[in-house]
Design a protein around this ligand. Structure first.
Ligand code: PMP
Length: 445
């Protein structure tokens, strides 16, 4: 990060120097690393309240990073904090025995998401994907998984491929090659993956017709949220559903980002798509680590019979369960999503109008509380478009300008801006004023 005002980030810089002596790269997750955009050092967080985050140098930001998604209710949502504190003070954390609270949570998830007839709880999106992919292979007796270039489904060996490959080395546009996300992935996994361009019905139809009998599942986000934000083209998800059904291939929707955020029923509820299996995480726990996987009762029955083992010491621990129960009660209150959309749309539409007025070659893409600004002179339909046409240098200037005006989001153009239930119209108006100043400055320079 090249702070234009380094005197405002002295403590972050010093803490980073100390951290990197004991923690490789100075951070505990890739998205916080210098090479993910936080160059030359990440901002160190001090605290958050509602829509605001304060760093260790005392700078306050309107926060659209939101922990990369989990802080959907804003920082320290009182109802969630109260529930967690009460649970751990009065009852404990881990018992290796079931609690009644888990059933309550499962009932709430099932009530919110009709495609989910049975659900299992775990801790992270990565785990939930791992369990779900294994279950899909066990249920179908088939080996291969179709997934899409530019998406991310966690860091387990079976899916940590082709997130953002160098397209010069990743095969043709219509038939991308699986590219490992880094060294250390065992050989042979590439033979179990079919990587396709997203938003391309023909590529999907061809792959299913060619190899359908060997394909266990299509694994997709309903909205591509790991290459900036890319919406499904009209009819694409419907075609994905129809084609998978035709070939006896399971449709797994990874709603780690979209679940409980796009709507209480997830993006699948918004688009009216019924997957066979779904994965939820970031929207579920009011900021605490909790994830869920679930879907058709006949598929989940394999877990019931113990044939597919889904295990975890911390699965459904007291913190996760009390947090998620409280968070889902908040989300289910009347009018919540209407308000979230009113605030989010004001920002997204305000930005879109602004780039048009100022004639910035950019467009703002997203749905409700998740979106990204693409500095590109044409629409971005999939990862290859982004790799070829997104202007990362322009995004960097935009990010720095906004940061220095007190607006925080991730420095990478392939991440998103998130709006929380705690953001207000006043936050949005302040953000739009910062955006106008930043974009105007970018046009001049
Ligand atoms: N799936 C998707 C769509 C994600 O965006 C992410 C995380 N960004 C994951 C899975 C992995 O989730 P986690 O970081 O909780 O393991």
């Amino acid at each position: 990060m090249h702070y234009q005002q380094p005197d405002r980030s002295r403590r972050s810089a010093a803490l980073f120097e100390t951290a990197r002596k004991v923690i490789p790269g100075g951070v505990n997750s890739t998205a916080r690393a210098t090479w993910a955009g936080w160059d030359p050092y990440p901002i160190f967080a001090q605290s958050g309240t509602g829509s605001r985050l304060t760093d260790v140098d005392g700078n306050e930001y309107i926060d659209y990073l939101l922990g990369l998604g989990p802080m959907l209710l804003g920082h320290r949502p009182p109802a969630v904090t109260r529930a967690v504190v009460a649970f751990i003070e009065q009852r404990g954390t881990v018992f290796a025995l079931p609690t009644a609270d888990e059933t309550t949570l499962a009932e709430k998830i099932i009530a919110a998401v009709p495609s989910v007839q049975r659900v299992r709880l775990c801790n992270t999106g990565t785990e939930a994907v791992l369990y779900t992919v294994r279950l899909a292979r066990a249920f179908t007796g088939r080996r291969k998984i179709i997934r899409f270039e530019g998406m991310y489904h966690g860091f387990s060996d079976s899916v940590y491929w082709s997130k953002h490959p160098d397209i010069a080395k990743a095969g043709s546009d219509h038939a991308p090659r699986p590219v490992p996300q880094g060294p250390g992935l065992p050989a042979g996994i590439d033979e179990t993956l079919i990587i396709l361009p997203w938003n391309d019905v023909t590529a999907l139809r061809d792959a299913l017709e060619r190899e359908g009998d060997d394909i266990a599942a299509v694994l997709s986000e309903p909205i591509m949220c790991n290459t900036g934000c890319i919406l499904p083209e009209p009819g694409y998800l419907e075609a994905m559903r129809a084609l998978t059904r035709k070939h006896g291939v399971l449709l797994i929707l990874d709603e780690v980002i979209t679940g409980f955020r796009i709507a209480l029923g997830g993006a699948q509820g918004h688009y009216g798509i019924t997957p066979d299996l779904s994965i939820f995480a970031k929207g579920l726990g009011g900021g605490f680590p909790v994830a869920a996987m679930g879907g058709r009762a006949d598929i989940m029955a394999l877990v019931e019979q113990g044939r597919v083992s889904i295990a975890g010491t911390y699965n459904a621990n007291g913190i996760a369960i009390s947090a998620a129960n409280a968070a889902l009660d908040e989300l289910a209150r009347p009018g919540m999503y209407e308000r979230l959309y009113a605030v989010s749309d004001r920002l997204r539409e305000g930005l879109e109008r602004m780039v048009q007025d100022l004639r910035v070659p950019a467009h703002v893409v997203g749905l409700g509380p998740v979106f990204q600004i693409w500095f590109a002179d044409r629409p971005i339909r999939n990862y290859r478009d982004a790799a070829r046409h997104a202007d990362h240098a322009a995004f960097r200037l935009w990010w720095e300008g906004m940061l220095n005006r007190g607006v925080l989001f991730h420095p990478g153009a392939y991440e998103n801006l998130f709006v929380s239930f705690a953001h207000t119209e006043a936050d949005v108006d302040q953000t739009l004023a910062a955006a106008r100043a930043t974009l105007t400055e970018m046009l001049v320079s």
